[in-house]
Design a protein around this ligand. Structure first.
Ligand code: UDP
Length: 312
């Protein structure tokens, strides 16, 4: 049993992580400024004796009274729609927020867990992407605010590890989806599912030939826990290595939902990566972890959630 601080714990991924930590008997302190997170994601945890929520922007220095065994830094907007809406918040939480989390971890003798991203690989010239690939990122493009903040975050995490001996873990998260994504999030899975449920056209950007590899949230959280509990620093890719074009994804969503929606084409955003798929060799060898949920099953589970949200 441990006492774990989760920054961004009211967010999509963070709230699922809290459920799992509490479920196995850990205590959880959530710090979240609710810029993209939501109290609705953690409302069911309100009465749990091991759960505490503090409204806190971790881009400002913070302290956590009492003992802490791990600081898990998940706080960050992650949708490309947010990259243009709140770019400075994203830069701050990736840079200042990461150092503030590291400072707390160091002061408490706690493990620091960084939620990094496949975006550190940018528009990758190596495919699939292994952890030793350094990436192809445009620092001044619209995605640079997220990519470079996370690259800085990894560098800062490794600097604390090397200079101060802080015990650290770094996960590189590939496109993850599931219940508790915001309907208006702007990412492709939530867009397609809400469009298909409403009978609206699915908005494919560009010609839809770009690829992504989609990981169901339960698998992602399993990977987080395996990395947190294990003795490998990382960075380690966690994602699903099934690779789909956006046109294929649109068809899967339409089929699974049984929707009458059509497909429309919209302009491709700047610097949109042409392909992305994790090399999961390390995750499998070092953590014994593999994704379990396939795309159709995950889309069905997510569609059930969005149908309930849209009905309200
Ligand atoms: N995309 C799309 N239609 C949408 C939203 C996104 O075709 O309504 C595309 C987007 O251009 C990208 C892919 O889907 O190629 C994944 O986009 P997302 O925003 O989910 O995440 P990314 O992997 O780009 O960060």
């Amino acid at each position: 049993m441990a006492r774990i601080v989760v920054t961004g714990g009211a967010g999509f991924l963070g709230s699922h992580l809290c459920d799992r930590l509490l479920g196995r008997g850990d205590e959880v302190v959530v710090l979240d400024n609710l810029v993209t997170g939501s109290m609705a994601n953690i409302a069911h945890l309100d009465d749990h004796p091991g759960f505490r929520f503090e409204r806190q922007d971790v881009s400002e220095p913070f302290d956590v009274p009492g003992p802490v065994d791990a600081v898990m830094h998940l706080a960050s907007p992650a949708s490309p729609a947010d990259f243009t809406r709140i770019p400075i918040d994203i830069l701050n939480v990736g840079s200042r927020g990461t150092e503030h989390g590291l400072q707390v971890a160091e002061a408490k003798g706690a493990r620091f867990f960084l939620a990094s991203t496949s975006e550190v690989y940018g528009d990758p010239l190596v495919h699939p992407q292994p952890e030793h690939y350094w990436g192809n990122v445009n620092p001044i493009g619209p995605r640079g605010v997220y990519d470079e903040a996370k690259r800085f975050a990894e560098a800062m995490t490794m600097a604390y590890h090397r200079l101060k001996g802080t015990d650290v873990r770094i996960v590189r998260i590939f496109n993850t989806y599931g219940p508790r994504m915001r309907p208006e999030d702007g990412r492709v899975v939530s867009n397609f599912i809400t469009q298909a449920l409403r009978g609206d056209p699915l908005t494919v950007y560009g010609d839809g030939s770009q690829t992504r590899s989609f990981c169901y949230v339960d698998d992602q959280v399993d990977g987080h826990l395996a990395l947190l509990d294990g003795d490998v620093t990382g960075p380690i890719n966690i994602g699903n290595d099934g690779e789909f074009t956006m046109l294929e994804l649109a068809q899967v969503v339409i089929d699974v939902i049984g929707s009458s929606s059509e497909i429309t084409f919209e302009p491709l955003p700047a610097d949109d990566p042409t392909r992305r798929r994790p090399d999961l060799g390390q995750a499998n060898a070092a953590l014994g972890w593999k994704p379990q949920v396939d795309l159709r099953d995950g889309v069905a589970r997510t569609a059930e959630y969005f149908a309930a949200v849209l009905a309200r």
